[in-house]
Design a protein around this ligand. Structure first.
Ligand code: HEC
Length: 112
């Protein structure tokens, strides 16, 4: 019994540590997004960059993968998508995508 509790305690500590680590990485990765989406991911209408703050991790990940795969931002008529796609391509692999998405989900949405 004691052993089980200890094991649970250890695995909780490890998973919290992993999560905290990916948020730190996500915050660092997000710095390259601030010029368009804003430092708090509040968005910038003048640049056509939407607010991302508080958006669900799974949705942000899916959109970033859509940009990477050319489902978004590859059509010459997709003016705003074309601005965003190179940014998504600059993320290296699924870990970066997951980390930056996890960080964005922690930001407080702008309700104004
Ligand atoms: C050069 C300006 C620019 C930079 C830098 C930029 N974005 Fe974007 N982003 C845009 C624009 C413009 C759109 C809107 C695309 C559209 O209208 O389809 C967009 C859209 C998005 C979307 C889709 C939102 C939705 O609801 O569909 C996500 C997610 C996103 N950006 C994440 C990021 C991340 C993460 C970074 C940093 C790695 C980043 N962006 C950097 C301009 C930028």
């Amino acid at each position: 019994m004691k052993k089980t509790i200890l094991m649970i305690a250890i695995s909780c500590t490890i998973s919290t540590g992993v999560l905290a680590n990916s948020l730190v990485k996500g915050e660092a990765l997000y710095q390259r997004c601030t010029s368009c989406h804003g430092d708090k991911a509040q968005g910038n209408e003048a640049l056509n960059a939407p607010s991302l703050a508080g958006q669900k991790t799974w949705y942000v990940e899916r959109q970033l993968k859509n940009f990477i795969d050319g489902i978004r931002g590859a059509n010459p008529k997709d003016t705003y998508g074309l601005m965003m796609r190179p940014m998504a391509l600059g993320l290296s692999g699924e870990t970066d995508v997951a980390d930056v998405a996890a960080y964005i989900s922690t930001l407080v949405p702008n309700t104004k």
